[in-house]
Design a protein. Structure first.
Length: 780
């Protein structure tokens, strides 16, 4: 459908023109206007594909219409259809924008003119749209290039830059003007060893090519890039350059981290780990020195503990005082340090040792929020931020690895210590020869504490001297003549002051060190002594000697004191037994008298039970007679009864004399008294058959007794019998923890405990004497 605006004053002409168009088969709608006003209104409304206009009208004219059309609707084709238009006016009309002229006399030309006009405007419209689109996309493309983060450039076949986007300029540090004066060759650098310089050629090879290069920037730095190029039709090459510094750095870090972690995974000791880390630091950073700095526990400063490379070798073992050194700054601030002119840093402790390697980076070793030390590297070439980042990553891995082995080493050490202690326990409990036990202990001391020599001195309570008892690791036997006065020297002080004492430089102390002449040839430099304490009393001293300087850790001191406790127990046990064994000979002569003496001694100690032992022994014997025991059995029973509570010798006064009920812990100790008795008496051969009572008199018929929880007839008969008389006498006597019960109450208790605490048969026989016993009391 063609929409036509027709300006014509003559209705006949208007009609004629419509007929002409219709008869040509055109499909159209026509708005016929006769005046200028009508024309301008219609034109403003718009919506026409074509304007036909007469040239001369009564109150208007075609040229004005054309001018109006050109102003408002320049895209709508305008054709003059007029009878009066002269040659000149026609030319003027055409130059002013009309597309054609058809005289009314030659209306046959109208249809072709209309068709041509319409198709021409159509083409024009399409062309314009295409142009607009092109302009649009060009603009978008330009923006894209201007804003791209990659560098984009055009180079001519001679590789001169023709165009470069802002990113390309920024990347290389040049302005656009400077770039356009450069050739690609100007960006290559001999330092780029990884890739042959000839490979720029490949960008011109006609295909899309991607290559990695290092370009030299205006400042002279090497920039790792990835370049792709594509040759355009005109022979120019369009290239894209991408800065791959980050990616390269990440690749380097990842590789470094993989290398370090793989190496560390194999390592099982701290030393191994530190060696691996230091090797890697030298390698990776091309450094002239790498060092591990650890806190010096003694001074609070730092110590350059382990290092690699020339610079490190000059600093190794450096004792950096408290508050000094870069490492102190790093550890205190938990921050990395980077200074390419470290020689000027007032924090530095010994900048003079750096020499030419004045670029220094240091990072803290942090694991689980604990700073355990620091690493530093030094070199001649500048250290960059990214190097620091890598150093940090390695420090992380290192710190965790150090922590891991530390835990591992600690567990292993604890396990070894436990095993050693267990070994000593076995020696103590199975070997009553004090010398053997002491030697087991000294062996462990030497191995576990890694000392050069150790000895045990025992306190003679009469002379107040510490006398040699056992030793290990000495070059001569002169130590055996040691007798140190209480308060003298390291050992004498330890014994007097009840604490661990150490002496440094003991070789130099001639006068002060009492035994210096004895130890002259031993070359000891360090001595430790700790008291051997049993129940608050000093029994002797465990002393250690080092021939080299040594700084103990807390664990070492703890373990030292643990071993000393073990030694003290061994000595205590051994002396108890030795006392007994010494008595052995006398017992052979007059053993009954001795046993009675012991039991009296016990009664004397346990004042409240005075007479108890004698009474229960007599009652037990009477009861044994009633059940028809043999003479031999009765003899053993007599001795056993006298000794039944001998184990209370091993119970501290504070428990034995406690006026009130015992705590669980105290009960625990009290319940050891049958075991103590067994340990004391079992080595004495002729007392062995008498052991039943001391060992088993607290077992109960129902199995709820101690120490072994024996039940029924598993409890030896003498012990079953004795339990009844022991409890009977205990309850009828005053105790520090309660008053005596009445006889009635005691009998009721014993009856009630029949089959629980006591053997029913024994109770039955015991109660047969009830009246006799009652009479005995009444008569007393
Ligand atoms: P022990 O005083 O010669 O008592 C021997 C046993 O008699 C006790 O063994 C228990 O079976 C019985 N016995 C003594 N007193 C009482 C009592 O008040 N009530 C009852 N039901 N039974 C009594 P056990 O209990 O194994 O005690 C062994 C030793 O432990 C006692 O010898 C005593 O030296 C000590 N002991 C027990 N309880 C206490 C207490 O509460 N305070 C204090 N300071 N010592 C206690
Ligand atoms: C050139 O070939 O144009 C310069 C060297 C290079 O390609 O790196
Ligand atoms: C450090 O602190 O570990 C570097 C040595 C120094 O500060 O002198
Ligand atoms: Fe007892
Ligand atoms: Fe008793």
């Amino acid at each position: 459908m063609i929409y036509i605006l027709h300006l014509e004053d003559d209705p006949v002409d208007a009609e004629l023109i419509q007929v002409t168009l219709t008869s040509a088969g055109l499909v159209f709608k026509i708005d016929w206007v006769q005046t200028g006003d009508e024309f301008s209104q219609a034109l403003r409304r718009g919506g026409y594909n074509l304007i036909l206009a007469d040239y001369r009208l009564p109150s208007y004219d075609g040229m004005s219409a054309l001018l109006l059309e050109q102003e408002w609707r320049p895209d709508v084709p305008f054709i003059f259809v007029s009878g009066t238009l002269g040659e000149d006016a026609a030319i003027e009309g055409l130059t002013k924008g009309a597309i054609d002229y058809v005289p009314k006399t030659k209306l046959s030309r109208l249809v072709p003119a209309v068709k041509r006009a319409l198709s021409e405007t159509e083409n024009q419209k399409k062309r314009k749209q295409a142009e607009d689109a092109l302009k649009d996309s060009e603009e978008r493309y330009r923006t894209l290039i201007e804003q791209a983060s990659d560098g984009i450039f055009l180079a001519d076949p001679q590789r001169n830059f023709v165009d470069v986007n802002p990113s390309g300029c920024n990347m290389l540090g040049y302005t656009r003007e400077e770039m356009l004066k450069l050739n690609m060759k100007d960006l290559t650098d001999a330092r780029d060893k990884s890739i042959s310089p000839l490979r720029f050629d490949e960008l011109y090879s006609g295909q899309v090519i991607l290559l990695e290069k290092k370009l030299i920037t205006k400042s002279g730095a090497l920039l790792p890039v990835e370049i792709s190029g594509k040759v355009l039709d005109n022979g120019n090459m369009q290239g894209i350059v991408r800065d791959i510094t980050e990616r390269k750095q990440h690749e380097r870090e990842r590789e470094a981290i993989i290398t370090v972690s793989a190496a560390l995974r194999q390592a099982t000791t701290r030393t191994e780990i530190l060696n691996i880390i230091l090797d890697q630091l030298v390698d990776m950073f091309d450094s002239d020195g790498a060092m591990l700095v650890l806190p010096n526990l003694q001074t609070g400063g730092f110590i350059d503990e382990m290092g690699r490379g020339a610079v490190a070798e000059r600093m190794i073992g450096l004792n950096i005082p408290l508050g000094k050194g870069v490492c102190n700054w790093v550890v205190t601030n938990k921050k990395p340090y980077l200074n390419n002119h470290a020689e000027n840093d007032p924090f530095f402790y010994r900048p003079d040792l750096l020499g030419a390697s004045h670029c220094l980076a240091s990072v803290p070793l942090i694991t689980q929020d604990q700073t355990i030390g620091a690493l530093w590297i030094a070199r001649k070439a500048d250290i960059l931020e990214q190097d620091l980042r890598l150093l940090n990553a390695i420090a992380d891995i290192a710190a965790n690895a150090i922590r891991r082995v530390k835990l591992y080493e600690q567990t292993e050490l604890q396990l070894r210590h436990l095993l050693a202690l267990h070994q000593i326990d076995i020696a103590i409990s199975s070997n009553f020869d004090a010398n053997v036990t002491l030697n087991v202990i000294l062996n462990n001391v030497k191995n576990e504490l890694e000392v050069d020599a150790a000895s045990i001195l025992l306190l003679d309570p009469i002379t107040h001297t510490l006398d040699y008892a056992a030793g290990i690791g000495f070059r001569t036997r002169r130590i055996e003549q040691s007798n140190v006065k209480l308060g003298d020297g390291c050992a004498g002080r330890a014994a007097q002051e009840y604490r661990t004492v150490s002496f440094q430089d003991i070789g130099q102390m001639d006068g002060a060190f009492i035994r210096s002449s004895l130890l002259a040839c031993e070359e000891f430099v360090l001595q430790y002594a700790t008291p051997l304490m049993v129940k608050g009393h000093v029994k002797g001293v465990l002393e250690l000697f080092h021939r080299k300087v040594f700084e103990p850790e807390m664990e070492w001191l703890d373990y030292y004191e643990t071993l000393a406790t073990q030694a003290a127990i061994a000595i205590e046990n051994a002396s108890l037994l030795e006392n007994l064994q010494r008595s052995n000979a006398e017992l052979m002569l007059a053993y009954d008298a001795t046993i009675e003496g012991w039991s009296r001694a016990l009664d004397l100690r346990d004042k409240e039970t005075e007479g108890h032992t004698q009474r229960v022994a007599e009652m037990a014997l009477a009861l044994a007679e009633k059940i028809g025991m043999s003479e031999v059995e009765k003899q053993h029973l007599w001795r056993g009864a006298l000794l039944h509570d001998i184990g209370k010798m091993g119970v501290p006064d504070s428990i034995l004399h406690k006026p009130g009920p015992l705590s669980e812990a105290e009960k625990e100790i009290m319940r050891q008294h049958p075991i103590f008795a067994y340990q004391m008496l079992s080595p004495i051969i002729y007392l062995k058959p008498a052991l039943d009572i001391p060992y088993c008199h607290h077992e109960k018929w129902d199995g709820n007794g101690y120490p072994r929880g024996l039940k029924g007839e598993d409890i030896p008969l003498p012990a079953r019998l004795f339990a009844v008389v022991d409890v009977f006498d205990a309850l009828t006597s005053d105790r520090p923890y309660r008053k005596a019960w009445t006889r009635e109450k005691v009998y009721r208790h014993i009856e009630e405990q029949t089959g629980k605490h006591f053997d029913p048969q024994i109770v039955k026989i015991f109660l047969e004497d009830k009246h006799f016993q009652k009479w005995d009391e009444d008569g007393a």
